[in-house]
Design a protein around this ligand. Structure first.
Ligand code: PMP
Length: 374
């Protein structure tokens, strides 16, 4: 007779994971299924505006696919290919102006945050995040068994450096600062990050997912500090959310340990693809400039709508608070085939919606519809 197995622990664990997913603070609900929504409204999928996930429609998908074919040329997928990883880091180093040994690559920045949490946070430790900010840190820290403490931004949305430092103890291993911050859209300066790094024992993780749309990047400065890690992604500026590519910039002591432990987080195809794309950076830069220009037009359009409070943005989204109930506006927009993000009722900024900077014709339709219902 075989041994009787008891999987109760697994059921309990899965239940805990499920219930945590459902209870994420801040962000309300996940994105609706575009196809289902289109069918219900009698529209084609392409008529539904996806303005809730900060994807980048300025980048030409045909161009991206053509680069893919170029990148495939000469790739032998039977092999582990450390040379592809070395050359990838060299190309990235030129792009962000840091030495290649200060770079760690991964399948999207979310995966890198996952590793950072896994390597540095243990049960009983804590991390600190600003509030409001990106929900992912909370989820990751929770999974590690550690605790996430939060410190609200100041009223003017600046970092409350003193407030964060007051919460720091020897158990604090990570401080997350998203900059430009999702969802407030503002960018924080090096002096504040440096103070957090100098005056705490924690690693300051700066999430620069949207930095290409901002005024500067902290990457070149981060490599001189032992306890600052900047995490970046190709999902936003490069329009490659589906590719899953991100990277971290850190002091070479930290980065080299990371790259040794996780040498093959991206496929050879991804490595070659990113390298090829960085060779055409001027094309991508043109699209980034277009997003920034269009963002200002969109903000102006939003501000012209009755009673709308609009946050300045250094990212490819704009967060706004309608005069009327945000929940109602969100639903009404959905009924017209326009998806924006309902951020829920957040500390400091209240119940806001967040819209991605779309192509001009998308923003025109969004603004026109919004002005009719708001
Ligand atoms: N950081 C922030 C602040 C984000 O908003 C997002 C995605 N919305 C990510 C990270 C995730 O990026 P990636 O696709 O590289 O995992």
């Amino acid at each position: 007779m075989g041994r009787k197995r008891n999987l109760n622990w697994l059921e309990r664990k899965l239940e805990a994971l499920r219930s945590f997913e459902g209870s994420l603070l801040g962000y309300v609900g996940s994105s609706p299924d575009v196809k289902q929504l289109a069918t219900r409204l009698g529209l084609s999928s392409s008529e539904v505006l996806r303005l809730g996930a900060n994807e980048n429609f300025f980048v030409d998908s045909n161009f991206l696919n053509e680069v893919f074919l170029e990148a495939l040329d000469g790739v032998d997928l039977r092999l582990y290919d450390p040379k592809a990883m070395v050359e990838l880091r060299e190309a990235l180093g030129v792009y962000v102006r840091v030495p290649p040994e200060c770079l760690v690559v991964g399948s999207g920045s979310e995966q890198l945050v996952d590793f950072i949490v896994k390597f540095f946070l243990e049960k009983g430790d804590n991390g600190i995040s600003i509030e409001p900010s990106f929900f992912m840190y909370e989820k990751r820290v929770w999974l590690s068994g550690a605790t996430l403490l939060t410190v609200p931004l100041k009223k003017n949305l600046f970092l409350d450096v003193e407030g964060i430092l007051e919460k720091v103890t020897q158990k604090t291993k990570l401080i997350f600062v998203c900059s430009p911050n999702n969802p407030t859209g503002n960018q924080f300066g090096w002096n504040e990050i440096k103070k957090l790094a100098d005056e705490s024992p924690a690693i300051v993780v700066v999430d620069e997912a949207y930095a290409e749309f901002g005024d500067y990047s902290l990457c070149p400065l981060a490599v001189n500090e032992k306890n600052v890690v900047v995490v970046r992604t190709f999902s936003k500026a490069f329009g490659l959310a589906g590719l899953r590519f991100g990277y971290a910039v850190a002091h070479k002591g930290l980065a080299s340990v990371f790259s040794e432990i996780i040498p093959y987080t991206v496929s050879t195809i991804t490595a070659r693809y990113v390298q090829k794309l960085l060779g055409k950076i001027e094309v991508v830069q043109k699209w980034i400039d277009m997003v920034k220009e269009e963002r200002e037009r969109l903000a102006k359009g939003l501000r012209a709508i009755n009673g709308m409070e609009v946050l300045d943005s250094k990212a490819n989204f704009i967060t706004f608070k309608p005069y009327e109930s945000a929940e109602h506006i969100h639903k009404e927009l959905l009924e017209k085939g326009i998806i924006v993000k309902d951020l829920g009722d957040l500390p400091l900024i209240g119940h806001c919606l967040r819209v991605t900077v779309g192509l001009p014709h998308m923003n025109d339709r969004f603004l026109k519809t919004l002005s009719e219902i708001a």
